[in-house]
Structures are given as C-alpha cells and as structure tokens.
Design a protein around this ligand. Sequence first.
Ligand code: CA
Length: 252
Amino acid sequence: MEARELCRQEDSFKRFNVMRILLVEDEPDLGAAIQKVLTREKYVVDWVTDGTEAWNYLDIPKIHYTLAILDWMLPGLSGIALCQRLRAKNSALPVLMLTARDSMEDKVIGLDAGADDYLVKPFGMEELKARLRALQRRSPQLHPLQLKAGNLVLDYGTATVSVQDRQGKEQTIPVTAKEFQLLEYFMQHPNQILSRDQLMNRIWGVQDDPISNVVPAQIRLLRRRLAEFGCEDLLETVYGLGYRLNLPHVSK
Ligand code: CA
C-alpha cells in the first residue's frame, strides 16, 4: 500500500496529460461501442483486444494512461493477470474491470488483484461513464477539475472550454474532442513551442493512422474557433518548429 501511495504521489506530477484510456476488450462490438462513446467524451482511447498486446502498451514509457478498462477473459494475458502485473510494478493506474462474472467470489478476486472497480456485463454506457467519472474523482490529484491559463479555462467536469472576454464576461467555446485535447496540451505548456510530432504523439491514439497533415489541419480549425471569440492571435505558427500558445502574462 505504501509503495502504491508513493507511486500515486509521483503520478501527480504527471497530471498534465490528456485523458487517455487503455481499453482492453476482445468482443469487437462491445470494444467498438465503448471506444466510440468515450471518444465522444473527449478521451483518447487506445483499444486492444489481446492481453499481451495490452501489456506492451502499458510499457510504452511515453504514454501515461489516465485509466485502464480491462476485460477479465482475454486472449493472451487475462484482465486479472494484467492488473496484478500493474500493481506488482507499483502502478497506481485506476483500473475498471469488465466481466460477465458476477459472483461475490469473483468480485473479491478482481478487487484483490488490484482493480479499483468492477462492472458486470451487460451494462449501459451511462453506467460505464459514471463509473469512470467516479474513478477520476477518487484520484483528484491525478485529475484537477479545471485548468486555467491566461483568460482560458478548461473544465474537466463538463469537458468545456471558456474564455473571459474584454468585459470580463465568461463565454463558453464549443469545442470538439480533438480541439479540447489540443487546447489542454497548449494550456499546460503556455508560451512554449510544441512540435507537430509532440502534438501527434499526445493527442492521437497509437492505432489512429492519421493523415500526415492532420496536425496543421486541426490547428487551423482550432484557430478558426478561437477567432470567433476574439482570440485569433493566441495560437502562433513558429515556422519549421511547431506551434505556440501565446499568453504573455503566464510564466512557462
Ligand atoms: Ca472477453
């Protein structure tokens, strides 16, 4: 427990990441449905169908997941084995187990393996989303409720972005999932140049095979959106290097 607490504290320093979920589910229809719903909720979702492959994903040092959703019965490693491995290396990653099993004994096995919560199939997507929100609330140090930079405010609870106009009035900027994730990353690094590769690695899923100009295209859309709210100068293209969110009164 002590090691896990330590790990949690260490993780709190990495809290400035996009909300990224590893989904491990071998039923194609269910996996696709969960991925669709959570992507709409502004998560980046990496979906794999095999436990061994999932373990490889968890081992990619550059990727820090916010949460993992593990099915119990999987080809390769089971959800339980994955969970045990995670805890054995002191990972505090919040884990939601999915399973068709619902006997008390099975729940105990799942929780003993280090799962934080347990959802019995079949379940509704609303319940899944509620469980995920609860998991995030329970580790608030991992997930601040709001991120502020300059006159921009990003709210994780409502997944909205707002800006204060010159009169001090708060206006909500309607953003898509990708725009939310881009803004989040820029707001975490105000006045710093972020390269196209950095943006790509953070915001697009490992299996997304985005077209090569997806970053500039997405930036153009975001800039257009910001312009509607009088913030057209916020996002600057630094030729040959990347992009920068200019907030002159915010330190790096
Ligand atoms: Ca399964």
